[in-house]
Design a protein around this ligand. Structure first.
Ligand code: SF4
Length: 362
């Protein structure tokens, strides 16, 4: 992956000093050099942050006291306060974390038979406006920094440390559009995959976008093994514009063209996320049309029975119709799965917990 240029501004005041989690190992090596320290100190610091997972410079006992003081003067830790924790019968845990500026974000940890995965949030709120999603109801408040995304994984891992469990995969599918917060998302990914840190396998990470076309082209050049998923949700331009206003900015055909480029460039398979909404996009003719559009593309379709958003009028697709949709796609040789629902009993759909929290705060 290419490194985005980001320097550490030493003029930051105590109140606005940056988060230590914002920086990649390479950037920390640069900081050490600038501060007259050997580069290997950055490796030691990285080890404290992501392997030992301490949350105070004071605890970093193999760094000199003056260095610890300097770090403390220039950087701060992200502290996520746990506002709410909901635990599902299936082991899914949903957190509502409070940030330093009183905003709240959701993070979900899911248990699978192959390990634990985490779904992280990249923005406070979202401006994309998908009509079936609660995250977008209050609009976009702000981007998260790389460190605030990192902190969701570190905090969840610290909680799992108690039972000696490990997070082994990451999906960037929480609130927000990661490709509208591109640099922070990429810095987060570089930190997550680093072998000297949490060392999450690239093939065990998926970034999901609503189809921000310029960022798809950019991502194609990143030389990474990280998976790409696209929220498609409709088989044509007109219906997609109704469900996802972002389609008016980046029309269906442009999204498909950018994906063809991505696949040709990387040789990697793309996942299409398709939320089935009763009577809206879940009819056999929609499946037929989608199957035709995806012909010949190295791809996979993931069908998601939509969660009820109380503010919207959508109903769930009956089970039999979901299977029929899958059958039609598979007949057209499109590999299709139905997402196993997790945490349904704790309203684990994107944004619902935060929406409730905002409502009660009002
Ligand atoms: S589905 Fe994702 S991109 Fe769409 S509004 Fe919700 S958070 Fe934003």
């Amino acid at each position: 992956m290419s490194e985005t240029k980001q320097t550490i501004d030493r003029k930051e005041t105590v109140e606005t000093k940056p988060f230590i989690y914002d920086y990649t190992l390479e950037q920390l090596q640069g900081w050490m050099k600038e501060n007259g320290e050997p580069a290997f100190r950055a490796g030691q610091l990285f080890d404290w942050l992501y392997v030992k997972r301490v949350t105070s410079f004071e605890d970093m006992s193999n760094l000199s006291k003056p260095l610890r003081e300097k770090l403390d003067a220039q950087f701060r830790f992200v502290t996520l306060s746990e506002i709410t924790r909901l635990e599902s019968k299936d082991g899914t845990v949903k957190y509502l974390f409070g940030l330093h500026d009183a905003h709240a974000i959701e993070t979900v940890v899911m248990r699978h038979n192959y390990g634990n995965s985490i779904c992280v949030t990249t923005q406070v709120g979202c401006r994309i406006g998908c009509t079936f999603c609660a995250s977008t109801l209050g609009g976009l408040k702000r981007n998260l920094t790389a460190g605030e995304i990192v902190a969701q994984v570190v905090t969840a891992q610290q909680l799992l440390d108690k039972t000696e469990e490990r997070i082994s995969s990451i999906v960037i599918m929480g609130s927000g559009e990661p490709f509208e917060n591109y640099d922070a998302t990429m810095a987060f990914l570089r930190i997550m995959i680093h072998e000297k840190g949490l060392n999450i396998g690239q093939r065990h990470i998926t970034v999901s976008t609503s189809g921000i076309v310029p960022s798809i082209y950019k991502f194609a050049e990143e030389n990474t093994q990280i998976n790409l998923a696209i929220s498609i949700h409709a088989p044509n331009d007109a219906l997609r514009s109704k469900l996802m206003p972002v389609n008016r900015r980046f029309p269906f055909d442009d999204v498909m063209e950018s994906l063809r480029y991505y696949i040709a460039k990387t040789g990697r398979r793309v996942t299409f996320e398709y939320a089935l909404i009763g009577g809206v996009n879940d009819r056999p003719e929609h499946a037929e049309e989608l199957g035709d559009v995806l012909q010949g593309l190295l791809c996979h379709v993931n069908l998601i029975p939509v969660n009820h958003v109380p503010e919207r009028d959508y109903v769930r697709t009956p089970r039999e119709d979901i299977f029929e949709f899958q059958r039609i796609l598979e007949k057209k040789k499109i590999n299709t799965t139905i997402r196993r629902e997790q945490g349904h009993d704790i309203a684990a759909a994107c944004g619902q917990l935060r929406a409730k929290h905002m409502e009660s705060a009002r």
